[in-house]
Ligand binder design. Structure first.
Ligand code: ADP
Ligand code: MG
Length: 305
């Protein structure tokens, strides 16, 4: 039986300023998945994640973490989740090792079961074990935030924009860690990112929110398949030809010698496109299609009006 790592229903948040950041979100995150939460700036991603983390109080709705209701089982639901926040909020007076020990204490992890050094090694901070946090670079602070999220071995790890503004090396280290935690420990991963290619590459399933409302939730492949605009690229075998003409197909020559045929997959079948090519007496040497990418899906779903 598959169960949900996170289940939200009717989740709302209105800040004191009157800003409605979440307008009734229903969302289920399958256990064991790498789940992407996407949306433009101000969509409500951090608000949602901070509610999961217990850092922001929801206005109404239901939050279940690993089957535990956040209101009736606050301790268990908190123990099931580790959050790497977007803000670099570290106490400057603690060393990485000290910060992990304090965090472990907060979560009631007994000294005998703490793995501070193992976690520091995993995020590549062993040689900064006893340095003051204020002497760490931005990248090192981020790694320490990831380490802090892991001290109580949560079932669900949440990362809020972990790679925004970090260099390629750190990004790769983060994703390697995340993949390994998912693969080897079955940890459920929820991440928000601005990098759509990253979500496309990393995530099994994606939810898109915009203006505090969920606009899509599906497997990454279904989301990518949902756009109707397709392009078939034909490499002609050679010789003279005129461009195929048919209703619903717009053909053009590309500079590389191929013919691009744009069509709407809902109205025109691939077969009809091929038939139009054949009736123009074009011999096909090669054929491929261009898929919409997540960027197209995202723009399509979040465009206003
Ligand atoms: P995202 O992480 O998707 O960029 P946020 O959750 O940070 O979005 O913000 C959602 C909305 O809530 C925005 O309009 C933002 O200005 C507002 N907001 C976020 N935090 C606060 C806060 N502490 N007080 C008032 N409004 C806030
Ligand atoms: Mg945010």
């Amino acid at each position: 039986m598959t169960h949900n790592a996170i289940a939200l229903s009717g989740l709302r948040k209105t800040y004191k300023s009157g800003q409605e950041a979440l307008k009734g979100i229903d969302l289920a995150v399958p256990a064991g998945s790498i789940f992407g939460l996407l949306g433009p700036n101000g969509a409500g991603k951090s608000t949602l994640i901070n509610i999961l983390a217990g850092l922001v109080l929801k206005t109404s709705g239901k939050v279940e973490i690993w089957g535990w209701d956040q209101d009736s089982n606050p301790r268990q639901s908190r123990a099931a989740i580790g959050v790497m926040p977007q803000e670099l909020n570290l106490d400057p007076f603690f060393s990485p090792h000290g910060a992990l020990e304090v965090q472990a204490g907060l979560y009631g992890v007994p000294a005998s079961r703490r793995k501070s050094d193992e976690i520091l090694a995993m995020v590549g901070l062993t040689d900064k074990r006893d340095a003051y946090a204020r002497t760490l670079s931005g990248g090192m602070r981020r790694r320490l935030l990831l380490a802090k999220a892991l001290v109580h071995s949560p079932q669900v790890l949440v990362l809020d924009e972990p790679t925004a503004g970090v260099d390629i090396e750190l990004r790769q280290m983060l994703w390697e860690n995340v993949r390994r935690l998912n693969r080897e420990r079955g940890m459920t991963i929820i991440l928000t990112t601005h990098y759509l290619e990253e979500a496309e590459e990393m995530c099994d399933e994606i939810a898109i929110i915009n203006h505090g409302t969920l606009v899509a939730q599906d497997s990454t492949s279904n989301l990518l398949g949902q756009l109707d605009a397709k392009t078939m690229i034909i490499t002609p075998a050679g010789g003279e030809y005129t461009l195929p003409k048919a209703d619903g197909i717009s053909a053009e020559r590309r500079e590389d010698g191929t013919i691009a045929l744009a069509y709407n997959a809902r109205q025109t079948s691939a077969d009809a496109v091929l038939a139009a090519v054949r009736s123009a007496d074009i011999t096909i040497q090669d054929v491929r299609t261009e898929q919409a990418d997540l960027q197209d899906v995202f723009l399509n779903l979040t465009k206003d009006g």
